[in-house]
Design a binder for this molecule. Sequence first.
Ligand SMILES: [Zn+2]
Ligand SMILES: [Zn+2]
Length: 87
Amino acid sequence: MLSAVQSKVLFFIKIRTNMTYCIDECKKYKASKPLQIGRYAAGQKRCNYCEIFVDYDGITCPCCNRQLRCLPRSRKGKEKYLEQIVR
Ligand SMILES: [Zn+2]
Ligand SMILES: [Zn+2]
């Protein structure tokens, strides 16, 4: 048998994972790889949770509701990004 505290903790874990569950909604917004420029420069955003690039206007993932990344993480990626958008 689980103690009251244990079941409470499990309950919260369940809520949290439910909130950020990938429901495949992101697949509808899946962005194809641009030919000439980087994905971020093309306005695509990445959801780290769904591990997908989406073509979506909002700042949070339409699927898991997590914040979307709209800038490259690495310095090299950022330089490339700036090069591509300043034109
Ligand atoms: Zn998803
Ligand atoms: Zn997502």
